[in-house]
Design a protein around this ligand. Structure first.
Ligand SMILES: CC(C)(COP(=O)(O)OP(=O)(O)OC[C@H]1O[C@@H](n2cnc3c(N)ncnc32)[C@H](O)[C@@H]1OP(=O)(O)O)[C@@H](O)C(=O)NCCC(=O)NCCS
Length: 191
């Protein structure tokens, strides 16, 4: 995924429906303490939803993971407070990873601070990472969701992902851009 970036890809400001403003930018190696702070706010249920399991030192592990991404196959976008509003804080992160550099498919994962859910940030981060995937000429984005994670399942459905139960009784969601665009066009034509 190590493609040249336009300036606008690197950093921009978004406004959520209640007016909260965040900066979206790529994660940086110096984000460790900010990531630990964000992930240490995670509820037990959100940790379960994110990992489909549990982890010792969840915050430390996540911070380590996201500050050591493989630029060939991974990209992650964080939503941060604006620089002029005090020490920068991270409120959400979305990550995309290919199994290998030539793959046309990448898997996403996402987390919003547990005390800042239902403000529209997760949806906004998802649209951002999907645009990023399209810009990088990926064809398919997938995700693995716990069957009782209704917020993520609903959001994935609204974004056009198709879903399928796995053998472990989780849900694999899949968005094939060409198939989605064809569906959209057919729907528009029918409407
Ligand atoms: C799943 C998760 C990322 C959702 O984040 P969030 O910021 O709470 O989600 P949002 O507020 O953006 O969106 C969810 C809601 O808004 C709707 N929504 C938000 N913006 C929207 C838009 N522009 N258009 C349409 N619908 C929108 C969604 O359908 C949903 O409705 P609800 O909140 O009324 O139930 C968050 O709950 C989380 O971090 N969970 C733990 C980790 C996890 O589950 N990750 C997924 C597996 S990797």
């Amino acid at each position: 995924m190590n493609k040249p970036l336009r300036k606008s890809d690197r950093q921009h400001t978004i406004k959520l429906f209640a007016g909260e403003v965040f900066q979206l930018r790529y994660v940086r190696p110096d984000d460790g303490p900010r990531l630990v702070e964000m992930f240490s706010h995670a509820s037990a249920q959100d940790i379960h939803f994110r990992l489909l399991g549990s982890a010792h030192d969840f915050a430390g592990q996540m911070a380590e993971k996201f500050t050591h991404l493989d630029p060939e196959t991974e990209v992650a976008i964080v939503a941060t407070t604006l620089p002029d509003s005090g020490p920068e804080e991270i409120f959400g992160i979305v990550h995309l990873a290919q199994a290998h550099p030539d793959s046309d498919t990448a898997e996403y994962d996402i987390m919003v601070r547990s005390d800042f859910k239902h403000h529209g940030l997760g949806y906004r981060l998802m649209t951002e990472i999907l645009q990023c995937a399209r810009r990088r000429h990926l064809n398919v984005v997938t995700g693995l969701i716990s069957a009782d994670n209704f917020a993520m399942l609903q959001m994935a459905h609204e974004l056009g992902f198709l879903s399928q139960r796995t053998e472990d009784n989780d849900v694999e969601v899949r968005l094939d851009f060409a198939e989605f665009d064809a569906r959209l066009e057919a729907g528009l034509a029918a409407g």
